[in-house]
Design a protein around this ligand. Sequence first.
Ligand SMILES: CCCCCCC[C@@H](O)CC(=O)SCCNC(=O)CCNC(=O)[C@H](O)C(C)(C)COP(=O)(O)OP(=O)(O)OC[C@H]1O[C@@H](n2cnc3c(N)ncnc32)[C@H](O)[C@@H]1OP(=O)(O)O
Length: 724
Amino acid sequence: MDQLRFDGRVAVVTGAGGGLGKAYALLLGSRGAKVVVNDLGSARDGVGKSNFADAVVKEIKDKGGEAVADYNSVVEGEKIIKTALDNFGRVDILINNAGILRDKSFQKMSDQDWDLVHAVHLKGAFKTTQAAWETFKKQKFGRVIMTSSNAGLHGNFGQANYSAAKMGLVGLASTLAIEGAKYNIKVNTIVPTAASRLTQDILPPDMFQAMKPELIAPVVAYMCHESFEDSGVIIDSTLGFAVKTHLVRSHGAPLRKKPSDAVTIESVKEKWADVVNMKDATHISKIADVTVTLVGKLQEFEDRSKLDKDRESYWTTYKYNSKDLVCYALGVGASVVNESDLKFLYESHENFTALPSFFILPGMVMDSPVVGQAMPPGKYANFTNILHGEQYIEFVDDFPGTEGEFTIRNYVVDLLDKGSSAVAIVNSEVFQGGRLVLRTQQHIFVVGQGGFGGPRACDRAVPVQPAPKRPPDALVSQRTAEDQAALYRLSGDLNPLHIDPNVATASGHPKPILHGLASLGFSARHVLAKFAGNDPANFKAIKARFTKPVLPGQTLITEMWLEGKRVYFQTKLKETGNFVITGAYVDLKNVVQDGASSPSTQKLASPSSNLKSDSLFAKIEDGIKSNPEKAKSVGGVFLYNITENGKTVKQWTLDLKSGMTVYQGEPKSGKADTTMTVGDGDLMEIAAGTLSPQVAYLKGKIKISGNIMLAQKLGPLLKSGAKL
Ligand SMILES: CCCCCCC[C@@H](O)CC(=O)SCCNC(=O)CCNC(=O)[C@H](O)C(C)(C)COP(=O)(O)OP(=O)(O)OC[C@H]1O[C@@H](n2cnc3c(N)ncnc32)[C@H](O)[C@@H]1OP(=O)(O)O
């Protein structure tokens, strides 16, 4: 294996004047790290001063390394980190190793014994780590080691102060592992047992000799290396061994038979053997698992029909990755035709990110029983009678990353009686690593299920906000694709209303309708482009009401008004003039206008927008020229007929081997391997990838004669070669 090196890294080791700290400093220094050797120089009870650190620095330098001594107390950790920044300009690794002992049996332990030990171990690690944290976050790299002890994990006579502080460090590491996760800051705990100033004359002499710090230093150094992936783990090491320790939980036991039963002291005693039975114990690696398993336990014996409908929660998890983001972006009309959309479509783009409205999805728990269960006797809700009425999302934490996992609590806030119909208001609280990151609220319109005598309004419903009564400040118009709903379904909403003509007809629609969230996704993108500098992190909240259904293929016109940091918007259909989204707004953290004069009309690229044949030809030609190898591998001569209103108006022939356009212009006859006849708009759709040539062919939109395989290869060629 190649030697693991630390070149270019700066490591701070506290308590590095001797023992373990010294071994860490020497090893890291010998592998290329620049080391800050911190040591107060006191004896193990924290008293006295000496210059051990200078000696360690000299040893590192004598071996050709770089190091500097630091004599600050860890309680003033910012000074130690300053030493690193002043001398080496950065800090990458922090080993919180400094420690003292003030052993006393518990009864004799003074406040000072307690406070001093806590100050050095726990507060020292807090101060020093916090001082380095901002740098770690900015550079998206940090390796932190906390030093715990078996006395902390298991207790040890005479060490109440020390073991409490040492277990505190485990908790500190667990939380920092969560907070540091998205910045590549790994925080781990070492539980070393070694010969050191702390253990001298405590361990038997033979054992003291054998427990060399040098046997543990490589373990810690590996945990500080950039290739080290774990975070939040506890590693116990001594005598050339390393073992992982973690907390486990028993399977546990219910203490009552059903929710209406009381828990009594006697029922606890009766179940105690099951409570402490560790046979099926499991490791809980994150706090979200604690909540989920607890709720799961609760649901095991819930008598669901008797639950208070207002408070019943349904817990789920939602995992997503870059593929989900790209699929969603395509579903809401992002297109490679717009250069500014590329960062939502290409996972290797340097600014790859999610569209803000994507994060509505974790709260859209399609199989959630909460709405169905909230219905009063004799009323029902299922896919045949629900419509998405309103939607709200609020970002309460940093904008989430491009992959992750959420734990979600869904519950019905209220069930409104609107006369003939009912409206269920469903809240979702979305947690990541135990932190609340998002809140969403949906209004589910349950057609024909009102009249049960419920309330008409609810003050916990996020209200819609009417648009200002003046001409809009900006407009964006974009046509949805015929396949928009089919594409949007891939993001998880498989409601047949959006794909099955029979279900649509049964629900009173002429054909399958577009998902409300797909239309909202279009309009939210328009606001993003116009007023948020295309930066999703600028979004704070979105609210919208769906007032009329949209049919795939219709054109959405988003009208926008900027007032302060709020963008009011409403969306209408070009074809009918009907408003489909009203009372909507986006609250922004920062307003970034696109500089267009007001009011402005921008036509975002639409897969189905009018065919701009000439410019498209030029782009395809460029693409083929810049990608000759690809073109050669496709090979052949390609003839395209462009047909408008049933008449061939242009013809284009390419020799894919040479990359040359053989002919482009007025129609004329010519023998080619393939002839594709496309309708108005379809070529753009194929180019944008929203309509595959195969589907277009099956739908009769493309007539192909000749080499069909060759025609099918055109799609990828356009996308890879042409800078569309
Ligand atoms: C847990 C499972 C989660 C599943 C989530 C959803 C899954 C998805 O697949 C579903 C979808 O995406 S469906 C597609 C998107 N939605 C739509 O197309 C609905 C469009 N809206 C409409 O058709 C009408 O507004 C309509 C029909 C909704 C209402 O029209 P009318 O009946 O004419 O109502 P109206 O007379 O105007 O008003 C009556 C009272 O209802 C309130 N209201 C109106 N529209 C509302 C809406 N969209 N949302 C919430 N409340 C609404 C009115 O304010 C009025 O109440 P009040 O008299 O108290 O003011």
